[in-house]
Design a protein around this ligand. Structure first.
Ligand code: PDD
Length: 303
């Protein structure tokens, strides 16, 4: 049976026995970074890109990364095996959600990094739970929230930080109002991203998303979608987007590792486009899945 397993600083246990010190600065101060990736065909998808972003996040908070990419992958696969996930001996596949966390480590109650010479590394693996198929088929409602996305010069949204208070507060406001995601504006009032995903619109056949300078996470799925959109022959554009652009869009969609591409059919109380998932969104989702399957079908399979 598949289960949740965790590797804490090299120690592999089931979920109930996974523990970390209350003096870990990840817990005390939210000082740390993380990645979420998932498997297709039992193989981590775009793992190299996730590792690259984790190293970039860590560098932005001057945090040493104590493992090589190969070691992170080894721990992820070992934890998957313990959890009964991945490719099974009988050839069947149980896909995994893999969350890798890196924190400042354990030490005295001070912000001085000298107190925490050894970073903590945690790998959480659980069965991948797809978003309900109805969300991909019928689209979802999202809500503007009045919480402003972190200013890039405070806690930059480019850091995939364990400190997720800004995200949690935004998402909770959206959930309360019946949205599956909350749309943040930045301090200039432009659209930045959602609480747990990036946001795209399609207008006049052009696939558009806010640029990184709007203050948002450089989503791995966002970059991959921009690439496949271009390959499929759509014009793509990173642009300043405002409320009216979203309300007036022909199509809109969310991207994230766990959601893949989810059509947005309502914003606040208004339909987007026809109020049904749009054709370009659907074409991008089909191509995304085709590539994810192809790239994980066998080691080093071409896309
Ligand atoms: N979140 N923006 C934010 C704020 C996010 O938290 C995420 C992903 C994304 C999409 O990034 P990517 O395509 O690299 O998954 C954008 C992950 C899935 C999470 O925290 O669960």
């Amino acid at each position: 049976m598949a289960a949740t397993y965790v590797n804490v600083n090299g120690v592999l246990t089931d979920a109930a026995h996974a523990t970390i010190s209350v003096f870990d600065h990840g817990f005390l101060f939210g000082e740390g970074v993380y990645e979420v990736c998932r498997t297709y065909n039992g193989e981590p998808f775009l793992f190299d890109r996730h590792m690259q972003r984790m190293r970039a996040s860590a560098a932005m908070i001057a945090l040493d990364v104590p493992c090589s990419d190969d070691e992170f992958l080894r721990r992820a696969k070992e934890t998957m095996a313990a959890a009964g996930l991945g490719r099974q001996p009988d050839g069947s596949v149980r896909d995994a959600y893999v969350r890798i966390l890196l924190t400042r480590g354990i030490g005295e109650l001070t912000y001085d990094p000298a107190a925490t010479p050894v970073p903590s590394v945690v790998v959480i693996v659980k069965p991948n739970v797809q978003v309900p198929a109805s969300q991909h088929a019928n689209g979802v409602p999202i809500m503007f929230v009045d919480i402003v996305r972190n200013h890039p010069q405070s806690v930059s949204p480019l850091i995939k930080s364990n400190n997720l208070l800004n995200n949690a507060l935004g998402m909770q406001q959206a959930l309360k109002r019946g949205g599956v995601e909350g749309v943040f504006r930045n301090y200039r009032g432009e659209i930045s991203e959602c609480a747990q995903s990036n946001l795209f619109i399609v207008s006049g056949g052009v696939v558009r998303t806010p640029g990184l300078e709007a203050g948002l996470l450089a989503g791995i799925t966002r970059a991959f979608v921009l690439e496949i959109a271009a390959e499929l022959g759509y014009r793509t554009e990173e642009a300043v987007l405002r409320d009216a652009d979203l309300f007036g869009a022909d199509e809109a969609f969310l991207t994230s590792t766990t959601k893949e591409i989810v059509p947005v059919v309502r914003v606040d109380d208004r339909p987007v486009g026809t109020g049904r998932p749009g054709p370009i969104t659907q074409a991008l989702l089909a191509e995304y899945r085709r590539k994810a399957e192809a790239m994980t079908a066998a080691p080093h399979a071409p896309a």
